[in-house]
Design a protein around this ligand. Structure first.
Ligand code: PLP
Length: 421
């Protein structure tokens, strides 16, 4: 039951005129399910915000977090201070990294790690004597968080409107065209371009799968022009595409990889940036007097967050959850075949990783303002939480979801689409 009382809580990305007094208050979560304040149970088909990959309420994470709070509740990582969970996590991520031996810079979430990636890309070129390489290219429809550089890099245009001038030296290319990237680098001059920022599968922008050969082609273009290839794997990592980081689904060598979300199953905020050895080299000279990266957040590498991450990585390994992102991609696509054939649906995008989108037809979107939100509400009525986006809904269930949950999607989505018309 929605809480009807006004409340000062201001929600991200929300029309507060409509939300106040109409909240979906989640009170409990376990496995692939959440409960609201009226005690109603829902299948969490979004894994909250794309992060509860190991499922909710895993006691192993709770125990690790509790033990860490008792042992060392909080301590920073600045200068030469470290904590054991952060050291352990960095070692593990470096071993698993698509480019082995990568260095690991920790943050508090995806957005600050994206901004860290842009700063490191730019300052790397400063330190190797090419300070003119500052420009960052990203993709239309991409989402890279809401910090300064991430807002400038984001390709969902409405998200960048109304904030005055954003950081300069950013431009966007069509999300599905390697040729557009090549042309933009030629237009700017490779000697000015620092980085290309790319989600392997665009998530918040509507689950846009890369065309065949796209990822390999853009990686090759970046390599040829000495442009750092930054894979934003904040959503795609930790099993979402059936591999540890998402970008390792392809045989390419990213220079920087951003991760967050599934790294702790979302239980505690944390982000991690993997920096390939050649990019870290100017800072890791092996002797005092190396350039200092004057950047970092108070809670970066918080011991409790790192303990949660280490326990989450243990679960991925022990329960062999990572490959499920690939083995479940066809069953998820199959469960949406009824939606794909529905008259209200323009397109179902699925089949690469355990995530999908159901996009409504332009006619439905024009005839029913707020149709995506209405579909989301109809599905809540069916006991399913999905995420409304501009043109439809997106799904990214926990990796522990299975046949009963996919069967529920197969019946609930077409039924809700019928009611939408
Ligand atoms: N990058 C991508 C690809 C994301 O999807 C997100 C968040 O959804 C971010 C960055 C920002 O992460 P956060 O919300 O933790 O700042």
């Amino acid at each position: 039951m929605a809480d009807q009382r006004p409340n000062p809580l201001w929600h991200p990305f929300a029309d507060m005129g409509a939300v106040d007094g109409d909240r979906f208050v989640v009170t409990r979560a376990e496995g692939s399910y959440v409960w609201d304040d009226a005690g109603t149970r829902y299948f969490d088909a979004t894994a909250s915000l794309w992060y509860a990959n190991v499922g909710h309420g895993r006691p192993e994470i709770t125990r690790a977090v509790t033990a860490q709070l008792e042992q060392l509740d909080a301590y920073h990582l600045f200068a030469r201070t470290a904590n054991e969970p952060a050291l352990r996590l960095a070692e593990r991520l470096s071993e698993l990294a698509p480019v082995p031996g990568s260095k690991v810079f920790l943050g508090s979430g995806g957005g600050d790690v994206v901004d860290t990636a842009v700063k490191i890309a730019r300052t790397y070129f400063v330190h190797i004597g090419r300070p003119d390489k500052t420009h960052v290219i990203s993709r239309t429809q991409g989402y890279h968080g809401t910090h300064g550089f991430g807002t400038a890099a984001g390709g969902i245009t409405v998200n960048a409107e109304g904030f005055g001038p954003l950081p300069g030296d950013f431009s966007h290319v069509a999300y599905d065209s390697p040729e557009a990237l090549e042309a933009e680098i030629q237009r700017l001059g490779a000697e000015r371009v620092a980085a290309f920022l790319c989600e392997p599968v665009i998530g918040a922008g509507g689950v846009l799968l890369p065309p065949d050969g796209y990822v390999e082609a853009v990686a090759e273009i970046c390599r040829r022009h000495d442009v750092l290839f930054v894979a934003d794997c904040v959503i795609c990592g930790f099993g979402r595409l059936g591999t540890w980081f998402g970008i390792d689904r392809w045989s390419v060598r990213p220079d920087l990889v951003t991760t967050a979300k599934g790294i702790t199953g979302g239980t505690i905020p944390l982000g991690a940036l993997l920096v390939a050895p050649h990019v870290a080299e100017p800072f890791f000279t092996g002797r005092p007097g190396a350039p200092v990266l004057r950047h970092g957040a108070t809670y970066a590498g918080h011991p409790v967050a790192c303990a949660a991450a280490n326990a989450t990585l243990d679960l991925y390994e022990r329960d062999d959850l990572i490959p499920r992102g690939r083995s479940l991609e066809k069953p998820l696509a199959d469960s949406l075949s009824g939606a794909a054939g529905h008259e209200a649906v323009a397109e179902v995008r699925a089949g690469l990783g355990f995530l999908a989108a159901v996009e409504l037809t332009p006619d439905v979107l024009a005839a029913h303002p707020g149709a995506a939100d209405r579909l989301y509400r109809l599905l809540l009525g069916e006991g399913v939480v999905v995420r409304p986006v501009a043109k439809g809904i997106v799904l990214s269930p926990p990796l522990i979801a299975d046949e009963p949950e996919l069967d529920l999607l197969a019946s609930a989505i077409p039924r809700s689409l019928d009611r939408l018309l």
